[in-house]
Write a protein that binds this ligand. Sequence first.
Ligand SMILES: Nc1nc2c(ncn2[C@@H]2O[C@H](COP(=O)(O)OP(=O)(O)OP(=O)(O)O)[C@@H](O)[C@H]2O)c(=O)[nH]1
Ligand SMILES: [Mg+2]
Length: 440
Amino acid sequence: MFDFLSKRFSNLFSKITGKGALTEKNVQESLEKVKDALLEADVPHKLIDEFVDSISKEVVGQKIAHSLKPGEQFIKIVHQRLLYFLGGQQVGSTFSFQIPSTVMVMGLQGSGKTTTLAKLAHFVKKQAKKRGKDRKILLASVDFYRPAAVDQLEILAKQVGVHFYRASSVNPVAAAKEINIYAKKNFFELVLLDTAGRLHIDNKMLTELRDIDTSLRPKYKLLVLDAMTGQESLSVAQAFDQSVGFNHAILTKIDSDTRGGAAFAFRYTLKKPILFVGTGEKVTELEQFRPERMAERILGMGDILSLVEKAEENIKQEEQESVLRSFRSGKLTLQDFADQMNMVGRLGSLSKISKYLPGMGGNNISPDMMEKGEKDMKQFKAIISSMTAKERLSPGILNGSRKSRIAKGAGATVMDVNLLLQRFEQSQQFAKLFKRFGRF
Ligand SMILES: Nc1nc2c(ncn2[C@@H]2O[C@H](COP(=O)(O)OP(=O)(O)OP(=O)(O)O)[C@@H](O)[C@H]2O)c(=O)[nH]1
Ligand SMILES: [Mg+2]
């Protein structure tokens, strides 16, 4: 569970750690690893070559900053470049729709348009509530292509607690006009319009979208892209852009095993912002897109910040702060480690959480391993709780007799105690890394 360091990342890192300078040779070796990481993330070859070339030019012969080791400097440059290609750093800015406005979603069949629309309604409603406001939000659909599509949206609208309107016409353009008139008459502040998707890019779909666009002129046209489609999503995005045009994209299903190659390819080629990412099937599972997190995900560093944000809803502030503090200081005690496990325990199943942790995002974790992880975690907690406060703060004093006392108290073996100490050691290294990168 607390194998925090992604194997790939640590490999990449160790390759050039400790060497005196960034030389052509060690840079090339490491760039190969970056290439592999990007390939695995499903970034198109052509983009990888461009990306790697640009880094190579930047790094070789570069003077190492005083405070950094060559390996760290290298990772930092890769990270920054990735960030740049993903749309730069966003510092805590929260997106909000202009009011009043109409939002139209578009995308291929099954990409998540209808679900995302409900998520957006929920997002805006929650955002308004925080400011003590109540937005008048309308969900409506012009998807007459799939029989139950309109019903699906109606159910979601009920779930979120926003208005829903069913047009009487089944012609998408006529229905869109009807919805528009209804919304104006009833002073809706935000109209979220669902449209039909097709299995592939198809002219009829594009023409329909263009006609709706011409008659409604929605302020926001959002392309919904399924992160799981990988490379193909790039040509999809290009087709929508050339034919209908859109302002932003939303990337869905990033809770899947995908590592974010679609986001990279999309940003790099189309240079349009990704506004949100979908992280699950529920209407609450929508997050603002954070380039820095995607960069880390692509590099296999995991997504600790997302995990922390998720935790915010479930975990008391002070507990979180103590964990962050220990990360920030680069020092981690066994007590912090136990706190972390408690925190993680309250976040949900390991399998869900693991997607956010470095080195655990792939499909290389079997249900058996998950189960074992859950069991280990319980045992680790028992072991830590049978230690004295002093032992928790300075595990260095744990000799043979202390270990066997602790093991007995926790119903475990000395080997289990050693295993815990080993994991703890890894976690400590991770905290040190965090500190060096200045992540928090
Ligand atoms: N895991 C996960 N599933 C998602 C996400 N977004 C949507 N889904 C699922 O993807 C499936 C398709 O979602 P829809 O919202 O119906 O997709 P759509 O684009 O409206 O599909 P059509 O109307 O048929 O074109 C559903 O089973 C959703 O629950 C996400 O972010 N994560
Ligand atoms: Mg739909």
